[in-house]
Design a protein around this ligand. Structure first.
Ligand SMILES: *Cc1c(COP(=O)(O)O)cnc(C)c1O
Length: 423
């Protein structure tokens, strides 16, 4: 049966009524009129009440309460309470997640923690072609003499990389930012642990798109972006996860030989004791360094309250239905134009976005933006449809593929105004 508009609308109605997704979608603000948004892999959509929450911090907190804001509001608890709110979609315990700093900074903290926990092992294994920060941060640690890098091309190379028995940590992207290839967290975490190393997962392109099972899958350490599918707002803080299984190991190492990578007062075991010496907090709080970004956390709190109400299994089911529909629509309407599916057809091996390959990807992305379909391109030829499971509808996908088909049929993307553009 062809997936016409009626069939897509019917999928929306049945799925939404069943799992309450219509109510969840209503908690987000609409975007620009006429624009269909598929860039949640860059910045997720805005919850309705994010501006009001920020306004309250400015007005009631800053203008009126001033210093008392710290006492009268929950500003200091937010790194933990926001972490607890997103923990269910991470498959983590509520006490095992902290919201703080950026993903790049958290990668640094976690790599250093792993090196301390697995000393004297000194090797960091990282993917050669990973998102730049993930590699650069590891390179910087090696440059400072604190580790040695071992680059791998693909997870298949892991066995050989682990074989010498000197690896402290393997840093992996759960989902590739270009192809959307999703790795098997359970299998790889087990393999890494068997090799005596810790696994560090970057969840930037899966968190908030599909349910993650950090604890059940045996992941050791994790981080990821708060501003992508999680919808925490532009520049929202990242999160950090420490498997509770590791708490004792990490803490005994910290006592014996090493301290956290960044020792700030907010990561102290007793922040307001103002002790002369540093003592790390015994849990994930040790990853907090300084004062939390209260305004950013106010925006993040709007999304966090939505995530608290999301059923993780239903989230995955809805993302699967949406992205399967997108692929079926592309098969049906966009054959023969040189557009190729770059992601897997198996949902378990896809992350948040559906990736396509197209020789003029950057120009096509610009032409689509002009046609009201907002998505992104990555060099050299990757086109990314970031599907947000709480706000995208099957009807949106149908409309977007119609517009894509028109742009391809009319070759509008070849117009000079779209040449040399970057999205
Ligand atoms: C988006 C992204 C980042 C970005 O890190 P920031 O510190 O937030 O700039 C890092 N790693 C991956 C895999 C990403 O996709």
């Amino acid at each position: 049966m062809p997936l016409d508009r009626t069939a897509c609308d019917e999928l929306d109605r049945s799925a939404d009524r069943l799992d309450g997704f219509d109510a969840l979608r209503a908690r987000f603000a609409p975007g620009a009129p006429g624009a269909l948004y598929f860039d949640a892999n860059s910045i997720g959509p805005m919850p309705h009440d994010a501006p009001e929450r920020m306004r309250r911090v400015l007005d009631e907190g800053w203008r009126l309460a001033r210093r008392r804001g710290w006492n009268d509001f929950d500003w200091l608890e937010q790194p933990r309470s926001l972490g607890a709110a997103i923990a269910p979609v991470l498959g983590a315990g509520p006490d095992d997640v902290l919201v703080a700093d950026s993903t790049s900074v958290n990668l640094y903290k976690l790599l250093r923690t792993a090196l301390a926990a697995r000393a004297p092992r000194k090797v960091i294994v990282v993917e050669r072609d990973v998102f730049p920060s993930n590699r650069y941060v590891a390179e910087g640690i090696a440059q400072a003499g604190m580790a040695t890098l071992r680059l791998i091309d693909r997870p298949d190379d892991l066995a050989a990389a682990l074989a010498p028995g000197d690896v402290a940590v393997v840093s992996l992207s759960h989902v590739d930012y270009r192809s959307s290839e999703r790795l098997d967290m359970s299998v790889l975490s087990a393999q890494i642990r068997a090799g005596g190393a810790l696994s560090l997962w970057d969840l930037s392109h899966s968190v908030g798109a599909v349910a993650i099972h950090l604890q059940a899958d045996g992941a050791d350490l994790a981080t990821g972006c708060g501003y992508k599918y999680l919808s925490g707002g532009p520049g929202a803080p990242s999160f950090i996860y420490l498997n509770p299984r590791l708490r004792e190991t990490v803490n005994s190492r910290l006592r014996e030989t090493a301290w956290p990578a960044l020792c700030g007062w907010m990561g102290h075991a007793d922040t307001f004791a103002f002790e002369p010496g540093y003592r790390p907090a015994p849990d994930v709080s040790q990853f907090q360094v300084g004062t939390p970004p209260v305004l950013a956390n106010a925006a993040f709190s709007a999304a966090a309250e939505i995530w608290r109400d999301v059923d993780a299994a239903a989230l995955t089911a809805r993302h699967r239905s949406l992205t399967d529909t997108l692929i079926a629509l592309l098969d049906e309407h966009c054959e023969g134009f040189g557009l190729h599916l770059a992601s897997s057809r198996d949902h378990a091996r896809r992350g948040g976005h559906v990736a396509l390959r197209f020789e003029g990807a950057a120009a096509l992305a610009q032409a689509l933006v002009a046609a009201g379909v907002v998505l992104s391109a990555r060099k050299p030829d990757s086109l990314r449809f970031g599907v947000h499971p709480l706000t995208t509808t099957h009807g949106d996908l149908h409309e977007a593929v119609q517009r894509l088909q028109t742009v391809l049929q009319t070759a509008a993307w070849r117009e000079p105004r779209f040449a040399g553009a970057s999205v």
